[in-house]
Design a binder for this molecule. Structure first.
Ligand code: SF4
Length: 337
């Protein structure tokens, strides 16, 4: 719960207001999972907390470290289900990619999570706790940036995602600032509007991957329900703060979405609102029927977009050797082996 609710709860239990700050420090800074160990609270108060509240704690089950320093955590949720979070180091930045669902309903053709189907939504506490645990387990104890683009579609679990982000950005908890958080969606158009209204400072990224409906439908079935025109309509009115742009993520699949015609379609779409484009060369993954583009393919595609005056970055995914890169997260997909 956000800090003001925690403070109200503590008052309701007869505790002094400063107790809320102590509890917040135990949970959010020290990662404590048991009231009984909060030794600066009276025994009686700890016991009543235990009777009336619980702390959701996820457990680290496995950790893999990539040659590039990327760390992939496998976390067990309280009911034994599992999700993955990935911590990426780039200079001083420590970006944590968190999961919002066990599996995913959207079945994007290039994604292992989609291939494993959908099991359940994560609740807000399970999303927040990925940040607390990863920070504890991070080599230098830091998580500076957050992206919600691990397993699952955040806007398909919007109530919990909004609640989690409100807790994460709560100044009393000192986890991650709103401007350092990116929510990435595969294009669930209705959720985009609500996200913008409730969390205007959070950054928005759209996993686009094709600028025309026919190609996009082939790789992202959600396009059938929300075609690109419907998606663009929501993005055109998204309440962007001054100077901000929407990031369009584009996974390049060799021979599927990497032609000049594809670049032109992407350009037409991207010109409808302030945007920047991230190109991500697909990571060859067993069981996924797409091929990685060559460096030349990627360079050419970028040039076509630059000629049309777009801001374009090539983002080669980190952690590919430990299956931690974009689209490679799946608990039942061989990533454990
Ligand atoms: S890419 Fe994202 S939205 Fe698509 S199936 Fe994978 S997890 Fe779901």
């Amino acid at each position: 719960m956000p800090y003001n609710e925690l403070a109200d709860f503590v008052t309701l239990m007869g505790g002094k207001p400063y107790r809320a700050r102590q509890i917040a420090e135990w949970i959010f800074q020290r990662g404590e999972c048991q009231f009984a160990r909060m030794t600066n609270l009276s025994r009686q108060f700890r016991e009543s907390l235990d009777q009336q509240a619980s702390i959701t704690c996820i457990q680290e089950k496995k950790r893999q470290v990539s040659v590039d320093g990327t760390i992939k955590f496998l976390f067990a949720l309280p009911d034994g289900m599992e999700v993955e979070s990935v911590l990426i180091t780039e200079g001083k930045r420590r970006t944590l990619c968190v999961s919002t669902q066990v599996g995913c309903k959207l079945a994007c053709a290039f994604c292992l999570t989609g291939a494993s189907g959908f099991t359940r939504n994560l609740n807000a506490a399970e999303i927040v706790d990925q940040v607390i645990r990863a920070r504890q387990l991070s080599p230098d104890g830091r998580v500076t940036n957050l992206v919600l683009m691990g397993m699952g579609e955040p806007l398909d679990n919007l109530d919990n995602v909004i609640q989690a982000i409100k807790v994460i950005i709560d100044q009393e908890y000192q986890l991650v600032g709103a401007r350092k958080i990116t929510v990435s969606t595969a294009g669930l158009a209705p959720g985009i509007e609500r996200l913008g209204l409730e969390l205007p400072k959070v950054k928005l990224a759209v996993s686009l991957n094709a600028g025309d409906d026919i190609t996009r439908e082939r790789i992202m079935p959600i396009t059938k329900k929300y075609p690109l025109a419907a998606l663009a309509k929501k993005l055109e009115v998204y309440p962007l703060p001054q100077g901000r742009r929407i990031t369009l993520e584009y996974v390049i699949l060799k021979g599927v979405n990497d032609s000049k015609k594809d670049a032109e379609a992407l350009s037409r779409f991207a010109k409808k609102f302030p945007s920047k484009i991230n190109l991500i060369p697909f990571n060859q993954t067993a069981g996924i029927p797409f091929a990685r583009p060559t460096k030349e393919d990627v360079g050419r595609f970028k040039e076509w977009l630059v000629e049309k005056n777009h801001t374009v970055m090539i983002r080669d995914s980190k952690g590919a050797d430990i299956m931690a890169a974009c689209g490679q997260l799946a608990v039942e997909g061989g990533t454990d082996s």
